[in-house]
Ligand binder design. Sequence first.
Ligand code: ADP
Ligand code: MG
Length: 278
Amino acid sequence: MIGKIKEKISRYKKGKKDAEKKEPDLTSRVKTAEENKERQGWISPNYSQSKRVYLDPGLIAENRCFAHLDNVPEMEAYRVLRTQIMQRTRGTGCNTIMVTSALPGEGKTITAINLAFTFAREFQHTVLLVDGDLRKQNIHKYLGYAGDRGLIDYLADSAPLPELIKWSGIEKITLISGGRSCQESAEMLGSPRMKELVSEMKSRYHERYIIFDVPPVLSGADALTFYPLVDYIIVVVQAGKTSMDDVKKAVQFLPQEKILGFALNRCLTSSQSEPYGQ
Ligand SMILES: Nc1ncnc2c1ncn2[C@@H]1O[C@H](COP(=O)(O)OP(=O)(O)O)[C@@H](O)[C@H]1O
Ligand SMILES: [Mg+2]
C-alpha cells in the first residue's frame, strides 16, 4: 500500500516537472491568446507554419530580458521607447527597425529582445524578432532554445522561410535566430535575396513590427550595408562606457532621418529604481 502511494507521489512529481518544462511560466506572463481574443481589435497572427520552441524562463531572467514581467523598472523605459516608435510609425507603413550600437557588448541583443517583449504586450501589434548579427547569433542563446536554422540557411542554402521562423509560445512573438554562422556577413546582409526577404517581411502582415538585431557600426560593414533596407534605427549606448566620440562617429555613418532614438543601457537612475506610483 505504502509502495503504491509512493509510486503515485513520484508519478505526480514527474508529471508536474514535465508540465513545467513544456509550459514555461513566462508564456503566461504575457496575455494568453484566449484572454486577448476577448479584447476588441485583437490581432491574432497565424502561427500554423511556425515551429514551436520552448524558452527558458530562468536563463531569460539571468540575461536581463525583463520586459515580459510586471513592475520591473526596465519595463517603463521600454514602454516609452515602444510609444515613441508607434507614434513615429503610425499610418506610415514603416515597420522595420534595426537595433545597433557603436561598439560590441553595449546591449543590442538584450534591447532588441526586451523591445520585442514590450510590443507583445501591446494588443494591436505582432512582432518578428530577427537575428541579423550573423557572426554572433545570440538571441536564441539568451532565450534558451536551440536555433537550428537562421538567416544564413535561408540566404546561402535556400532553406524554406517557414523553417526559420519559430513561435516562442508567447502569443504575438515569432523569432529567427540560429543556424550556421558565416564570415561574409556584410555581403549576406546586403544581398539581393536579403533585400527581397525584408520586403516580403514588411508587407506580409498588417500591424507587424520587424526588429533586427544588427552588429555594431564601428566594428564592420554589416550595419552600414543593412540600414538601407530598414525604416528606422535605434542606437544602443552603454551608460558610463561608450565614449561620446564613439557615439558621434557611429551616428555620422547612419542616416539621421532614420534614427528613431538612443537606448541608454545599464543606466539605473533613482527614478527608475522604483516604479512610478508605488
Ligand atoms: N542592463 C544590463 N545590465 C547588466 N548586464 C547587461 C545589461 N545589458 C546587457 N548586459 C550584459 O552585457 C553583455 C552584452 O550584452 P548584449 O546584449 O549581448 O550586447 P551586444 O548585443 O551589444 O553585443 C551580456 O552578457 C548581457 O547579459
Ligand atoms: Mg548582440
